[in-house]
Design a protein around this ligand. Sequence first.
Ligand code: ADP
Ligand code: MG
Length: 240
Amino acid sequence: MTILELENVSKTYGGGPTEVHALSHVSLSVEAGAFVAVMGASGSGKTTLLSIAGSLENPTSGEVRIDGRPLSSMSRNDKARLRRRSIGYVFQDFNLLNGLTAVENVSLPLELDGLPAKKAQAVAMEVLDGLGLSERASSYPDQLSGGESQRVAIARAVVGERRLLLADEPSGALDSTNAEAVMRLVLAACHRGVGAVVVTHDAHLASWADRVVFLRDGRVIDQTMPPAGPESLLAPSPEL
Ligand code: ADP
Ligand code: MG
């Protein structure tokens, strides 16, 4: 089952002499449960790729499908609902709301989606508990360390029945211990069937992924595939 599909997606910013081709003819499929890492130099289009995949921006051309549904056919309301229910987005700088506690930050998407506050907070507490953060639930973001903030941001991105996790350098600001903890959370989500696309500049962290996609100047220049399983040896050879 394909959760996310980008088909021949291009994105151009500006026009005339200042035109920037942030993405050129990018195609990418992410299956349920797959963990895809995206690597590339600064300015290569990684953030643009994630924001288009997350329906935060529209492509200039090409199509994006989430759970088989083309985004181009959806209204703004449809897309907003999709972002509340199905897509978890983790920003590099956490983007937690400072006026809300950790548990309120995590329960917010559920409340926005109509779940009563008490119920939403109970679900959020469960997720925080699973991430070893229950004792920080009533802390405000400025009372949390960087590692704790990013774990809360991930909790917010995976709460509910989310199918797609998009994370933009979620470990960029963290030391290696916290960065690995973040990657473990992503892996755990994938084991539950979530498809994940994670931007990282750390090759060691990228090696945890099933597949690494390399971007340069808005183009996919390389993709590593998981090694073929033994069943590939049993497939009939094409020339027979
Ligand atoms: P990365 O995340 O890999 O650093 P980005 O996707 O942020 O790269 O940017 C890709 C290119 O698109 C860069 O040249 C950047 O300057 C340009 N770009 C990104 N967003 C905008 C925007 N809103 N307006 C104009 N140019 C942009
Ligand atoms: Mg970026």
